[in-house]
Design a protein around this ligand. Sequence first.
Ligand SMILES: Cc1cc2nc3c(=O)[nH]c(=O)nc-3n(C[C@H](O)[C@H](O)[C@H](O)COP(=O)(O)OP(=O)(O)OC[C@H]3O[C@@H](n4cnc5c(N)ncnc54)[C@H](O)[C@@H]3O)c2cc1C
Length: 397
Amino acid sequence: MKTVLISGASIAGPTLAYWLSEYGFAPTIVERAPAPRDGGYKIDIRGIALDVVERMALLPKVRALRTDMKAAHFVDAHGKVMATMDAELFGGREDADVEIMRGDLGRLLYEATADRAEYIFDDSITSMTETDDGVLVTFERGPSRVFDLVVGADGLHSNVRRLAFGDEGRFARDLGCHISIFTVPNHLNLDRTEMGRALPGATALMYSTARATDARAMFLFSSDGQAHDRHDVEGQKKTVAERFAGHGWEIPRLLDGMTEAPDFYYDSLSQIHMDTWSTGRVALVGDAAYCASPASGQGTSLSLVGAYVLAGELAAASGDHTAAFAAYERELRPFVTANQDLAEGNLKGMVMKSAFQIKFQMFMLRLLPHMPGSSRMAQRITENIHKAATSISLKSY
Ligand SMILES: Cc1cc2nc3c(=O)[nH]c(=O)nc-3n(C[C@H](O)[C@H](O)[C@H](O)COP(=O)(O)OP(=O)(O)OC[C@H]3O[C@@H](n4cnc5c(N)ncnc54)[C@H](O)[C@@H]3O)c2cc1C
C-alpha cells in the first residue's frame, strides 16, 4: 500500500486523505496545531466543489450547518443604515451554493477522515530527503519516517512549499490589502445579519451567523505598500487599532474586543502563482499551491476540487506519481486560473478607494431593488463567480 504524508489538516489535507484512502492509499496527516483548528471566517462552497462534498456523502451535514445569512447593512459613523444588501446578492451565491463557517467544515472533514487516516498533531516537517523509492522525512518532535509521497496542504505560508520549492516571496502575489478577523461578543444582538462601515481604503464589519452565540469582526484595509511581520501579533493589533481609530459606529467596541479575542487572525491578501505544483515525489494542493485569496471567495472550493483531482489522478496512474502529478496540473490549472482571476475585481467592491466611490455605491445599492430587471442585474453580478466555480467537470476515477 502506498504511503502519503500530508502536511496540514484544514480543508485540502483531510479531503485529500479521504479520497486517497478511498483508492487504497495509506494517508498520514501531520498538523502543526495541537488539535483540529476551529474558528475562521464564513466561506462558500460553490459549483463543482459541491459535487465533491456530495461524493463524500457530506452534503446534508454541510447544508445543515449553513450560515443562513439574511442581509448586510452598510452604516454611517452613527450607525444609521445607508444601504442594505440581500444576502444572496451580497454573497454572489447561486441557490444551491452553501455558506458555512470554516471551522464547521474543517470539523466535518476531520470527522469523516479520523478513522481513514493517521493523524499526527502538534508536529511539523523539518526536512525531506528524496531517495529512489521514497522520501525520508524528519519532524520537529516525532521520529523520522519514510513515505512514498509527500503533499503540502499547509496553506498560504506552506512549510512543504518552502522546503521543496524555495522562499514564499518567489510565488506570492500581494493584492495590496491586509485583513484581520476575530471573535467578539455579539453586543448588537445580530441575528444572521452583517453590519459594516465602508471607509476610503478600508472596511470594518461585524456579523453573526445561524446558531452562533457570538459574532465575528473583520477589518480589511489597503496596506499602502506596508509589509507586516507575520509573527508580531501585538504589532498587528496596533496597526488595526491605529488604522480604524476615530471612525465611529461600533468600531471602538470591536477594537476593544480585539485585545481579548481568542482567535485573532491577521494576514495580507495574497495569491500563490507557481509554474508547477510538484517536484519529484512532493506535490502541493489547496492554498499552498494556488491560493486565490479571500477576495476570490473560492479558496475552499479550489481546495476541495484540487484534493479530489490529485487523489483521483494518483489512483488513475496506478502508482506512477510523475504521470499523476502532470495529469493533476493539466486537469486543474484552467479552473485555478479562472478562480484566481476573480480576486482583483471582487476586491474593488470590498475595499472602496474614495468617499465618492462609497457614496455612489450606497446610492446604487439603494436604487437596485427598485429598478426594473433588478434580479437580472443581480444575476449578472453572480454570473462571473458561477462561471468560474463550474469551469471544470469532475471525472469519476
Ligand atoms: C477572511 C477569509 C474569508 C474567506 N472567504 C472564503 C470564501 O468565501 N470562500 C472560500 O472558498 N474560501 C474563503 N477563504 C479561504 C479559505 O479559508 C482557504 O482558501 C481554504 O481554507 C484553504 O484551505 P487549505 O486547506 O489549502 O489551507 P488552510 O485552510 O490555510 O490550512 C492549512 C493548514 O496547514 C496547517 N499548517 C500550517 N503550517 C504547517 C506546518 N508547518 N506543519 C503542519 N501543518 C501546518 C495549518 O495549521 C492549517 O491547518 C477565506 C479565508 C479568509 C481568511
